[in-house]
Write a protein that binds this ligand. Structure first.
Ligand code: HEC
Ligand code: HEC
Length: 236
């Protein structure tokens, strides 16, 4: 619980810092010229949601389409809306450095500066997930007991560097866990977590986390409105 409150404090200060900026920005950008102009701004650590939106334009060709799937191997492109900002930052750095080996995402991340990554992560993350106060809590299946100490019983991570799993596509979660299990995706914590899971455990775990709500969502398509820092719609 302490971890979660730390996370909300971090997010609160990030939001507060960006709100003032957001209000004053003009609508209707998205041209290459605009993207180039913003890319030349000096690096700061304060996320700029407007820059994030402009820079995310190409990303939404995959991450902004409901149920869009990667062809080979076949699994759904991960949902990013509501995901921890810090986790998204870490993931993009891992693709950029090649530590996380996925060619399409490496190409996407290679040209991003540290500031680009901060801005994109803030834009994609949007409003962080928060557990519904009244939601009935499903019993955590035995196979997932250990997982919830970091990823939370509601699938909402207890600290910013851990990803949220609630509502993530089942096929993507399966793929990610299999990759850790096979050591194709290397992470000291997760490789050991996944090493001893059976295929039946993986299926149970994936069913559990992917069905939790409130959950991660597919990014809204660009330029139909500002990043929604409003409460998420219950429908998805
Ligand atoms: C051609 C489709 C495509 C495009 C374009 C694309 N992505 Fe991805 N993205 C994927 C796929 C597929 C994965 C899962 C890769 C894997 O298994 O590691 C992924 C994974 C990610 C992840 C990791 C999510 C997680 O839960 O670990 C992040 C973050 C991400 N993408 C951000 C971006 C950003 C930012 C851009 C634009 C700069 C972008 N993507 C462009 C297909 C795409
Ligand atoms: C000690 C904390 C911890 C525990 C316990 C833990 N995880 Fe993780 N998990 C992490 C971290 C850290 C990452 C990010 C690793 C990376 O960058 O590859 C992660 C990543 C993941 C991802 C990838 C999410 C994505 O969006 O790509 C999945 C899926 C996952 N964990 C499932 C599990 C499951 C299933 C268990 C239980 C068997 C588990 N985790 C236990 C810390 C933990």
């Amino acid at each position: 619980m302490a971890g979660r409150s730390l996370r909300s404090q971090v997010r609160y200060s990030v939001r507060a810092a960006t709100t003032a900026f957001k209000v004053g920005v003009a609508i209707g950008l998205g041209s290459l010229a605009a993207a180039t102009a913003v890319a030349q701004q000096p690096t700061t650590t304060t996320p700029d949601l407007h820059r994030g939106q402009v820079l995310s334009y190409t990303c939404l060709g995959c991450h902004g389409i409901q149920g869009y799937r990667n062809a080979y191997p076949n699994y759904a492109v991960p949902r990013l809306r509501g995901q921890s900002e810090q986790y998204l930052i870490n993931a993009l750095h891992e693709y950029k450095s090649g530590q996380r080996d996925y060619p399409t995402m490496r190409m996407q991340a290679m040209s991003l500066s540290d500031q680009d990554i901060v801005d994109i992560a803030a834009y994609f993350s949007g409003k962080p997930l928060a557990a519904a106060a009244t939601a009935p809590t499903l019993p955590v299946p035995e196979a997932a007991q250990l997982c919830v100490s970091c990823h939370g019983p509601e699938g909402i991570a207890v600290a910013p560097m851990y990803p949220d799993l609630a509502g993530q596509h089942a096929s993507y979660l399966t793929r990610a866990i299999q990759e850790y299990h096979n050591k194709d995706r290397q992470n000291p914590i997760m490789d050991s977590m996944a090493a001893s899971l059976t295929q039946a455990d993986i299926a149970t775990i994936v069913d559990y986390f992917s069905s939790l709500r409130p959950g991660l969502r597919t990014e809204p398509r660009p330029f139909f409105g500002w990043p929604d820092h409003q409460p998420s719609k219950a429908s998805e």
